[in-house]
Design a protein around this ligand. Structure first.
Ligand code: 5GP
Ligand code: MN
Length: 323
């Protein structure tokens, strides 16, 4: 912490980045940390390699997050948020690797410890909790923009205070954020309030795709490019759907297979997939994800893989034997 603080006090041009296909933590921590550094006169650049999901586009300064980095800027510091490994940020890795000081702020158990300074706390409910502590130590006043970002992260990353990462700090920080002007109802309306008809139709297809292993302990939900096209939805609309597969009685592990864009939709065709894993808390899915080159938390993890849909399903189904 002390080393990180010293760097943040001394730095001038800071590149902040979080993981692609961002969730609330990736977007909100990026903004909160960026605005805090800006308020102590640092030049900040916010980077994420993916479009920001519609539900987070209400966040303050969200339009300042860019997908392209100006090569002429000489960054002295890079702050990497919510990434278990540096490659999670995407193509900017080559630029970040040239930045003299990389600060790694994260709460994933599988974090590789990359960077010059690491602020990793696997007990933090979210990366934003660590960002909050840093902001306090930097003595930056928390204005309503920073408060909204931090509150939104904690609300979404804890699944509205339901997931196993919900800790005492989640409540304490959120209470303080309401004192700083956050209106819980307004944030909830933005984040959970409205769904497009397409998303509901996609949910219908996703629910219909659920398969259960012979012993009832593992469920698989599959979302193909064809389903997205059919319902006019985007991959960001898939967010949260895995919980239906996870909440089925007796299921210990749920897998959500998401077909990537290059998919031919043919179950025998070689293709790229993202697999999300969730457990009921009794199974360490971060270890499973790590064995495929991915990572995450013990009850929520993921990995990318290139294979056929049929082989992938068979591989995941085999995991049920050990549950
Ligand atoms: P999701 O299933 O929502 O994509 O991810 C669940 C958790 O696992 C998140 O904390 C996410 O950051 C992490 N995760 C997902 N995919 C990967 C991956 O390919 N590599 C690593 N290291 N972590 C991942
Ligand atoms: Mn996170």
């Amino acid at each position: 912490m002390e080393q990180t603080l010293k760097h943040l006090v001394d730095c001038k041009h800071v590149l902040l980045a979080s993981h692609g296909n961002p969730d609330g933590d990736a977007v909100g921590s990026l903004i909160a940390m960026g605005l805090a550094l800006e308020s102590i006169n640092k030049k900040i650049y916010l980077y994420n390699n993916s479009p920001i999901p519609a539900v987070y586009r209400f966040l303050p300064s969200v339009d300042r997050i860019t997908r392209h980095i100006n090569h002429s800027i000489r960054f002295d510091t890079a702050v990497i948020l919510d990434c278990g490994n540096l490659e999670r940020i995407g193509p900017a890795v080559s630029i970040v690797n040239k930045v003299p000081v990389i600060i790694n702020i994260d709460h994933h158990i599988t974090n590789t410890g990359f960077g010059f300074c690491q602020l990793i706390d696997t007990f933090a409910c979210s990366t934003a909790e660590i960002v909050y502590r840093l902001i306090k130590r930097l003595k930056v006043p928390i204005n309503s923009d920073i408060a909204t970002s931090i509150y939104t992260v904690i609300l979404t990353d804890t699944g509205s205070f339901r997931f196993s990462n919900t800790n005492q700090a989640a409540f304490a920080i959120c209470e303080e954020m309401t004192e700083r002007g956050v209106k819980p109802y307004e944030v909830a309306q933005r984040v959970f309030g409205t769904y497009s008809l397409g998303r509901i139709k996609l949910l219908n297809l996703a629910l219909d795709s659920i398969e259960i292993s012979y012993n009832g302990k593992l469920s698989i939900m599959t979302i193909t490019q064809d389903m997205l096209a059919q319902t006019g939805t985007k991959s960001e609309d898939i967010d949260g759907m895995i919980h239906y597969a996870r909440n089925i009685e007796d299921v210990k592990v749920a897998a959500l297979i998401q077909e990537h864009k290059n998919g031919a939709g043919n179950p025998k065709c070689f293709n790229r997939f993202h697999v999300s894993l969730r457990s009921d808390g009794t199974v360490d899915v971060a270890a499973i994800a790590a064995s495929y080159g991915g990572g995450g938390h013990s009850s929520a993890a993921g990995f990318g893989i290139e294979t056929t849909l049929a082989d992938l399903k068979a591989e995941i189904t085999n995991l049920a034997d050990k549950l």
